[in-house]
Design a protein around this ligand. Sequence first.
Ligand SMILES: Cc1cc2nc3c(=O)[nH]c(=O)nc-3n(C[C@H](O)[C@H](O)[C@H](O)COP(=O)(O)O)c2cc1C
Length: 172
Amino acid sequence: MATNVLVAYGTTNGSTAQIAETIADVLRKEGLTAQAAAAGSVTTVEPYDAVIVGGGLYAGRWHKDARRFVRRHRRTLAQQPLWFFSSGPLDPSASERDIPPVSSVSKAITRLDARGHVTFGGCLEEGAKGFVAGMILRSGKGGDFRDFSQIKTWAAHVADELGDAPNRTRST
Ligand SMILES: Cc1cc2nc3c(=O)[nH]c(=O)nc-3n(C[C@H](O)[C@H](O)[C@H](O)COP(=O)(O)O)c2cc1C
């Protein structure tokens, strides 16, 4: 059986979900089994061989669903190959340099011995929920800064690292 990977995400406006779906897609193309799921909908992580957790950034923090997910499943996650990603900056900075994790994510990386973290650019477009989102959009600071080639490259790198897992089968 192929290595089974969960990509759990915390999102308010859906853009982090699309990143998670893209990552799961790349993992499948690389011969793994992968599924993206809303972090709040996952009841157990036991069936998975590896987990990736991603959250949109809100006021300097990871999305609450991603935080809760990590808290709820921490004992199992500590035993699994684990990666994190964040999505936030509404400018090209995340494509240009490494943006370190926010402090709670940084602590979780240490505590759970996660193998890596990356910050991807964010996305805020017309129709986003919330008063502050509306203000940002009205000030002309919205847009889609997700770099899907960066996202796919990172996902392929995770697949490579999981390639050493004994139960992985390549589809090609
Ligand atoms: C109210 C609000 C607060 C935000 N705070 C941050 C922040 O602290 N850091 C950051 O990099 N991006 C911040 N952003 C940008 C979001 O992280 C970005 O839009 C992200 O892609 C949202 O993910 P989602 O669509 O999955 O909810 C904020 C956006 C809003 C609307």
